[in-house]
Design a protein around this ligand. Sequence first.
Ligand SMILES: C=CC1=C(C)c2cc3[nH]c(cc4nc(cc5[nH]c(cc1n2)c(C)c5CCC(=O)O)C(CCC(=O)O)=C4C)c(C)c3C=C
Ligand SMILES: [Fe+2]
Length: 418
Amino acid sequence: MAEDKLFEKKISRRQMLKLTGAGAAGAAIGVSGLGGLLNVFGMTAEDDNPESKNKVNFYGTHQSGIITPVQTHIYFASLEVLVKSQAELKELLQQWTPMAVRLMNGEPIGEVSSNGFIPAKDTGEAGGLDASGLTLTFGVGPSLFDKNELGLSSKRPAELKDLPHFPKDQLDPAYTGGDIAIQACAEDPQVAFHAVRNLIRAASGKVRLKWSQAGFNSFPEKNKKRETPRNLFAFKDGTSGPDAASKKAMNDVVWVDKGWLAGGSYMAVRRIQMHLETWDRTALSEQEATFGRHRETGAPLSLKNELDEVPLDQKDASGEPVIPVDSHVRLAKEAKAQIHRRSFSYSSGTMDATGAYDAGLLFISYQKDPQQFIAIQKSFGRADKLNEYITHRGSALFACFPGVQKGSYIGESLFKTL
Ligand SMILES: C=CC1=C(C)c2cc3[nH]c(cc4nc(cc5[nH]c(cc1n2)c(C)c5CCC(=O)O)C(CCC(=O)O)=C4C)c(C)c3C=C
Ligand SMILES: [Fe+2]
């Protein structure tokens, strides 16, 4: 076979082993070595499989899971990097790339072997399930750039630093920070978990799970269309925001347009406990005043429809603003900044100290500059009436890589420009 023809052809792992003469010794090369070989040859190890059911494409200008319509489940993982050189870090991302493609195809990460003497390559719990709309989004945290041995300090974007301390923050280090994030979202909880589990397992000794959080969204349906999900305070959450279908809006709000992160985005993550016990003792009118919206319809106070514009200037009979000055929605709007929210509810047992529910919102937003998130959170400050019912327990910021093109690998732009 002519060399150029060979380069164009997508080849299987088995063919590759034959080609390189590795044969039975191929197992010793491991997925990592193979990834490296493929990269040297400039070939694509895996392809998006158009036949896969309920599949989101891996390759593209942007990573999946950012403007992809929000799914019903998330398994979010924040990892600590253990590798001690830039070459090893790059190799890890190269190793993960074909695996991520396979996972998003709904395929096991490696061939299913009948060899009873070795553990299976794939842990197997997603067997028989389809791709389930799985998206995998990879990002890097500020702490990665502090590791001298990785030699990345000159590549840290000025915007990538720990989020500042906000009034009322009670952050737990157990839910804060991380060198690498993997956001796995899917329409099936096991598919999301399986993806992260297998990526971490394949990277044994190279990364360690620092913290993780599973979350969920439930979508009521009307006329076969998904409606806005309700958060654990029973309010519709996700009504307002920039139009994810508008290229211009996403360029204005979400996509970074400079440096190695161009085409990527900053992901702000906040693990926010919602005090369900207090909320459930609160009168409905008080709850509605907290958000500035009606609970049942999601409409702004005094109006009927969820999508009605919030009447910030309207006053009631006694001259008071209809949308209270300390309401969450008013304060968010007054920040005059936009973010793309992509949050999930969580429920993780009880708090050790109090026995209260450890449940709330895994708040996630994407923006081209973390200052957009910071401006809104600062506007809430101590003023937000919602503060009486929530406590921020975890926080992290990640720079999510641009999309991956066939033949390339996750995060290539970071290394290419070194
Ligand atoms: C800094 C950003 C934000 C955090 C943190 C946050 C926490 C949080 N929000 C809710 C519930 C609702 N938020 C709503 C609207 C809304 N929230 C933010 C930002 C943050 N929220 C914005 C930018 C907006 C949109 C404002 C607007 O332009 O109208 C709403 C109303 C419905 C909606 O638009 O989604 C609810 C409900 C909770 C429970 C929470 C922390 C636990
Ligand atoms: Fe909010």
